[in-house]
Design a protein around this ligand. Structure first.
Ligand SMILES: Cc1ncc(COP(=O)(O)O)c(C=O)c1O
Ligand SMILES: [Zn+2]
Length: 439
């Protein structure tokens, strides 16, 4: 049960380093380090047939993960999330085959469990005394949980206006919680200072090599779930970009192992209108994305004004033939609503952004009806009840009987019980029959 990890390599200057030391960014150039593996040997050990008998969590790919000894994995059962078909939503948008990867089913309710499960396991294996993270909320909760399980002290630094549930989670796991009057990059400064003074190991997005390895398993899993092939497109809500970067790396490794060919899904980056540095750089043809001033969106995971891995995200999107687009806060909440009411899948605002973006790209013609499209529902909606409660007033128990009759009718034939206009995204809603669905 061993990893085929060989060394670390800088994604920018190609300098190589030993993987058996605690490192963050490239000491030579300050950019992102990647873990490298003996893929030829891993290909012999990790075969589709052999995998079939393994447990359905991300550690099934241990040959391609950095933890040297599988016994050192700190696990809460992360990964192994379902790839759900979304036929009603697919019809709504005009896709024959729309799939949703439900990452909200991970421990701590988001895909962040993958990256932090792996990063905390490896930090512990390498002897880190404590771990620290700047986070919009989900990553902090995930790190706090794995640190608790690893017996490591944890420090999380979050914007003061991060969702209350996530702050509470971190406290419940026993982490030290610091709140900053600012954004995630301001939180990052505090973590860097604390790391220098107190020796905390900084697990900021892409500032150590192993969170991306955990995220990579989304790509590995997706390919395995599809029967060892890639879909036509992946729609992903993007902040710091580890999801996109990790999956892109997964596809390259799978190709080198002979498990897939050179084909790649179009990678589609979704950001919020109020914070879209990657989209702006994509549109401008730039390889780096300068800081986005005055970032504002209700989706905390996408309120990331600057990303150290900007060049990795932009390279992956371009080389995949993908694109980058923005959605408004009203649109992304509409996405939450559509996935919840039509598929029973209550995702986070970031997930809603990906849902609505898929619809927008179908409407614009960028995605075709016959494309197999995978939307990443990166987080659980249950962490964001504050947002949804504001959107959906409860029915007054003393409401007149007509109101209750209306609910029954809505449930029978009209999925959009709120009668909310889905026009924000310019979407058509074919096939809802009764004409109650405004377009
Ligand atoms: C639910 C959710 N979706 C998406 C993201 C963006 O993540 P990435 O770093 O992969 O761009 C975050 C980050 O906080 C998040 O919490
Ligand atoms: Zn370098």
């Amino acid at each position: 049960m061993r990893s085929f990890l060989t060394h670390l390599e800088c994604s920018n200057c190609a300098a190589t380093y030993s993987a058996d030391q605690l490192v963050t960014i490239c000491p030579a150039c300050g950019k992102v380090l990647f873990a490298r593996y003996d893929l030829a040997a891993a290909a012999k050990a990790m075969t589709p047939q052999g995998l079939a008998g393994r447990r359905w969590n991300l550690w099934r790919y241990f040959e391609l993960l950095p933890v040297r000894d599988l016994a050192n994995a700190i696990t809460l059962g992360e990964g192994g999330t379902p790839l759900l078909s979304a036929p009603t939503l697919g019809r709504t948008f005009g896709f024959d085959r729309l799939l949703i990867k439900d990452e909200g089913q991970n421990p701590t309710g988001s895909f962040k469990a993958r990256g932090l499960g792996v990063a905390v396991s490896r930090a512990k294996e390498l002897g880190a005394p404590a771990v620290a993270i700047p986070s919009a909320g989900n990553a902090a909760a995930a790190m706090a949980a794995y640190a608790a399980r690893a017996g490591l002290p944890a420090v999380v630094v979050m914007p003061a206006d991060a969702p209350e549930v996530m702050k509470a989670e971190c406290r419940a796991y026993g982490a030290t919680v610091l709140l900053v009057d600012g954004l995630i990059n301001d939180a990052g400064k505090l973590v860097r200072e604390g790391a220098a003074v107190h020796g905390w190991f900084d697990v900021s997005t892409l500032k150590e090599p192993y969170r991306a390895e955990g995220k990579k398993t989304m790509g590995l899993e997706l390919v395995e779930q599809l029967g060892w092939r890639v879909p036509d497109a992946i729609v992903y809500p993007t902040g710091g970009g580890t999801g996109i970067v990790g999956m892109w790396k997964a596809f390259a490794e799978l190709e080198e192992m002979g498990l897939i060919g050179p084909e790649r899904p179009k990678l589609i980056v979704v950001q919020a209108e109020g914070c879209a540095p990657i989209v702006r750089a994509f549109d401008a043809g730039e390889r780096h994305a300068p800081l986005w001033a005055n970032s504002a969106t209700v989706a905390p995971g996408m309120r990331v004004p600057v990303a150290i891995g900007d060049y990795l995200i932009l390279d992956a999107v371009r080389r995949s033939g993908g694109t980058a687009l923005t959605v408004s806060d009203a649109e992304l909440m509409e996405g939450v609503h559509l996935a919840a009411t039509r598929e029973g899948l209550y995702g986070s605002p970031e997930a809603g952004a990906a849902v609505i973006a898929a619809g927008k790209l179908r409407a614009s013609g960028f995605l075709r009806q016959e494309d197999e499209v995978v939307v990443f529902s990166t987080g659980a909606g249950m962490k964001h009840t504050d947002l949804v409660a504001a959107e959906y007033p409860v029915l007054d128990p003393a409401a007149p009987a007509e109101a209750l009759t209306a609910v029954g009718e809505a449930a029978g034939g009209e999925p959009d019980a709120r009668g909310i206009a889905a026009t924000a995204a310019g979407l058509q809603h074919p096939g809802h029959g009764r004409g109650g669905d405004p377009t």
